[in-house]
Design a protein around this ligand. Structure first.
Ligand code: HMG
Ligand code: MG
Length: 316
């Protein structure tokens, strides 16, 4: 296998944040361990947000102090933490976190629902977060396969790239503006989030082309596709064809945002790995171990897996 993609596993954060019943901390840390053992090397482990906003992840303190996280940080693995503000950065830094992910919406309605501010206020807040992260020394040097050193400050999300649950369709110009703002803050990557999972491959191609034509470097973009309309895998493939090489996904297709009514989980990591395996594109993930991890977490949560590849492999 020659070409390579990077998978950012968001199961422990995006995957769990919308689960109603409190998941025991040990299950969360065991999930992180199993994802690592499956070969995933970038795992978003939790978020440090208002516990009133996302009660499920209020145990972020325990997760970040856990033996599992301490052990994994000795290895070559990236464990970003989602934060909305300075408070989140400060807390994460206190636990030794070296990479944070900030999230912004390209549209107003979701911005207000999700982080209780306008898009402009969100951009200003993100600037503060970036500068605080730098001040705290939360800058690590990453090594990419081509040997180019890159400064990693934070990875950031742009939500609602195609539509907003409250405002309707998102204009491409709004996405372009937020992506450019984020890059100008010095982030190493911007993940394009179809929070509602409404986009399809033609939308993906059109947006990526627009971003590229407006001088956004494709190597700094990632795809984050929710699967509400069953389009996520096709969207990943289309984005790959357009030159994107980093994709966020969630084991067993878990997930969804409590502030995006009706939206379902992310593309299942198992399905992504299966697809890229067939295309001989390396992911570094052991599919059998990942399928077992997906089955394990679903049994703990008492819900079925959304991964089609997992169902097919498990039925054999
Ligand atoms: P606010 O009410 O405007 O903020 O919320 P505040 O500063 O007035 O704080 C309210 C309370 O939260 C206070 O506590 C703060 O201390 C506390 P109180 O005095 O009431 O007891 N607080 C915090 N606690 C812990 N960690 C923090 C923190 N900040 C404040 N970092 C705020 C604004 C942004 C805080 C809130 O709206 C919030 O936490 N939102 C997070 C929402 C969220 O996590 N959404 C899901 C993740 S985004 C997503 O899923 C999309 C993505 O996957 C991409 C995609 O799919 O598009 C990334
Ligand atoms: Mg998401």
């Amino acid at each position: 296998m020659d070409p390579k993609v990077t998978i950012v596993e968001v199961g422990p954060r995006d995957g769990l944040q919308n689960i109603k019943n409190q998941v025991p901390t040990e299950v969360k840390t065991e999930l992180i361990r199993k994802l690592y053992d499956s070969g995933l090397r970038t795992i978003e482990v939790t978020s440090v947000v208002s516990p009133k906003a996302v009660p499920q992840l209020r145990d972020c303190h325990e997760v970040l102090q856990s033996k599992t996280i301490k052990q994994l940080t000795q290895h070559s693995v990236r464990l970003p933490v989602l934060v909305p503000n300075i408070k989140g950065v400060t807390i994460a830094h206190g636990y030794g976190v070296s990479e944070v992910a900030v999230f912004l919406s390209a549209s107003e309605g979701f911005s207000r629902a999700n982080i209780n501010c306008t898009v402009d206020q969100g951009i200003a807040r993100a600037r503060e977060v970036a500068s605080e992260a730098k001040k705290l020394g939360m800058i690590v040097r990453g090594q990419f396969k081509n040997g180019t050193g890159m400064l990693i400050v934070c990875k950031r999300y742009v939500s609602c790239i195609f539509a907003d649950p409250f405002d309707g369709p998102t204009p491409e110009s709004a996405v372009l503006r937020v992506v450019k703002e984020l890059l100008s803050m010095g982030c190493y990557q911007v993940s394009l989030g179809d929070t509602l999972g409404v986009g399809s491959p033609s939308d993906v191609r059109k947006l990526i082309q627009t971003l590229g034509e407006n001088d956004v470097p494709l190597r700094q973009l990632a795809g984050h596709f929710h699967d509400t309309y069953g389009q996520a895998l096709a969207n990943v493939w289309e984005a790959y064809q357009c030159g994107i090489r980093v994709f966020d996904s969630s084991v067993a297709g878990l997930g969804g945002c409590p502030f995006a009514p009706g939206a379902t989980g992310n593309i299942a990591t198992e399905d992504l790995v299966y697809m890229f395996n067939r295309a001989r594109v390396a992911t570094g993930v052991d599919l059998q171990k990942l399928v077992a991890t997906g089955r394990w977490i679903c049994s703990k949560l008492g819900i079925p897996s959304a991964s089609r590849a997992s169902a097919a492999i498990s039925a054999k």
